[in-house]
Write a protein that binds this ligand. Structure first.
Ligand SMILES: [Zn+2]
Length: 104
């Protein structure tokens, strides 16, 4: 098993895992249990990770995910607060943490 990448949230992780499975790339989503138990851990260190079983699939797996990131409009991306660096879901126009407005 090798770690492919970290997803910004569980929804993206599942979405990417599905894409990989459709391409016959064996993969697993790790760290799911940390979602919802963020506490003191910085968000960027406890997001779900995608692991793939075979290193030979890495190039193809990255290509699929890249494609999905650029082309997909079905999953709106999270945004990053410019003031406090909190990650926010796309339905929020302002940061719940510090009140800053979303930059577009
Ligand atoms: Zn903020």
């Amino acid at each position: 098993m090798i770690r492919l990448l970290r997803a910004p949230n569980m929804m993206m992780a599942q979405h990417w895992a599905n894409l990989l499975e459709q391409a016959n790339i064996s993969c697993t989503v790790h760290n799911q249990y940390l979602q919802g138990a963020l506490g003191d851990i910085p968000t960027d260190q406890c997001g779900p990770e995608i692991w793939i079983e075979h290193a030979r699939d890495e190039v193809q797996a990255n290509a699929l995910i890249d494609q999905s990131r650029r082309g997909s409009t079905s999953v709106a991306p999270n945004w990053h607060c410019p003031a406090c660096e909190e990650w926010l879901e796309p339905q929020f126009a302002t940061c719940w943490n510090c009140g800053a407005s979303r930059e577009s």
